[in-house]
Design a protein around this ligand. Structure first.
Ligand code: ZN
Ligand code: ZN
Length: 414
């Protein structure tokens, strides 16, 4: 009579994660159901072939990144899906905007929710630090067995104290730790979100004109960093309607900036394309509310704003006469590897070819190898199961009793 753990996908790759824990009675929990990041066209939406779709299961989504939830649309509609309440909001946005809504409803927990039962299991979501907002580690318990799944995490973001707390006061008696290892094999030290705030302050102070910045609208930590750096240098951070929507949905009850009267250094640029996208969705009230803290792209033709830039915003900016120049600066504030994609490179080149100063200011959304090892040491698990990494074969030293699995392999927890 033992639990059976199966990593359906993720033992040898970053993203596409899907883990199953099966009770002796056959009841199952699925931890994450992610889309593969680098699969061939058409294959990245596929559910792992070893996952049996013909028996009931309950799905827990650790955080709102697509490589952890992107195939939930392919799961049986009878399977309940649970995630954090703000995570559920963030997961819904891309489908709504592309008019392909998920057609799935979530049961949600929030950061104050303690443990709760799912069939024979007890589940405890533990809020953690990651580049996604509302990200959780998941503690799964049954009959004295304890499994901790880290999801994705880091220890150098704005919520690093959450991970420090887990390390200082670990759950104890962990039989299996399923841990991510995205940054294994890289030895560069990670900067804290506070350090990159200082770098942005220096860039903003050292730039005479505007500063264009590309970052992910759902990376709330980065929005906070940019907002703080803008305020410290008497600049205004200008975000697009999409990012304003993200903040509007998740900032309630937090100190996260949003477009309202309390955050005078934050404005929303109302561009023609996004206005029509939200208009077609019947979100006129939202547009009107944002317009109260908005400005036209024509206001950005000159000045000292810090301006969100994405490939899709360029035509609207150009139509309104915005053109970067040698007094401006540009920062790509995402993983540098994305610059191999044309759409990401377009924003950089738009500024670079016009003589703007270029600065790559970014820090990883994932823990450094040193932090991964320190975390594992503090948790003292009996067994470590690596996932979400492609360096585990070479760099598993310092993680204790590591059990390497293959995708789809069944591992009994005795
Ligand atoms: Zn991930
Ligand atoms: Zn993630």
């Amino acid at each position: 009579m033992s639990l059976v753990l199966t990593v359906h996908r993720g033992t040898h790759q970053i993203g596409g994660t899907c883990v199953e824990i099966q009770h002796p009675s056959g009841e199952r929990l699925i931890l994450d159901a992610g889309r593969q990041l680098d699969a061939p066209e058409g294959a990245n939406d596929a559910v792992p072939s070893s996952l049996d779709l013909n028996r009931p299961a309950t799905v827990l989504i650790s955080h709102p990144h697509q490589d952890h939830w992107g195939v939930i649309g392919q799961l049986p509609v009878s399977w309940p899906i649970l995630t954090g309440s703000k995570s559920a909001q963030l997961i819904a946005i891309p489908g709504e905007l592309s008019r392909r809504p998920l057609m799935r409803t979530f049961k949600t927990w929030d950061s104050r929710t303690g443990c709760f039962p799912v069939g024979p299991f007890t589940v405890t979501p533990i809020l953690t630090d990651h580049s996604a907002f509302d990200a959780y580690m998941l503690l799964i318990e049954w009959d004295g067995k304890r499994i901790l799944y880290t999801g994705d995490f880091r220890r150098h973001g704005r919520k690093s104290i959450l991970v420090d707390r887990i390390m200082t006061n670990p759950p104890g008696n962990i039989d299996v730790l399923i841990i991510e290892g995205t940054n294994l094999g890289t030895d560069k030290p990670v900067k804290t979100e506070q350090q990159i705030e200082e770098e942005f302050v220096a860039l903003f102070n050292g730039t005479k004109g505007r500063v264009f910045v590309s970052w992910a609208g759902q990376n709330i930590d980065r929005t906070v960093t940019l907002y703080r750096a803008a305020r410290r240098t008497s600049r205004t951070l200008v975000i697009d309607l999409y990012t304003a929507d993200v903040l509007d949905r998740v900032s309630g009850g937090t100190g996260v900036p949003r477009a309202d009267k309390h955050f005078s250094n934050l404005k929303v640029v109302i561009t023609k394309r996004l206005r029509s996208v939200y208009g077609e969705l019947g979100r006129e009230n939202f547009i009107e509310r944002m317009a109260g803290f908005g400005l036209s792209a024509r206001n950005l033709v000159s000045g000292r704003h810090v301006i969100m830039l994405r490939h899709a915003l360029i035509p609207d900016y150009e139509r309104c006469g915005i053109e970067p120049n040698a007094e401006d600066a540009y920062s790509f504030s995402m993983w540098q590897g994305y610059l191999s994609e044309t759409c990401h490179r377009a924003a950089l080149e738009w500024c670079q070819t016009r003589g703007s100063k270029i600065a790559h200011i970014h820090t990883s959304g994932h823990a450094s190898p040193a932090d991964l090892r320190a975390f594992t040491k503090a948790l003292m698990p009996k067994v470590v199961i690596p996932v979400h990494g492609n360096g585990w074969d070479e760099y598993a030293d310092g993680f204790g009793n590591v059990k390497r699995l293959c995708d789809g392999e069944q591992y009994p927890i005795d």
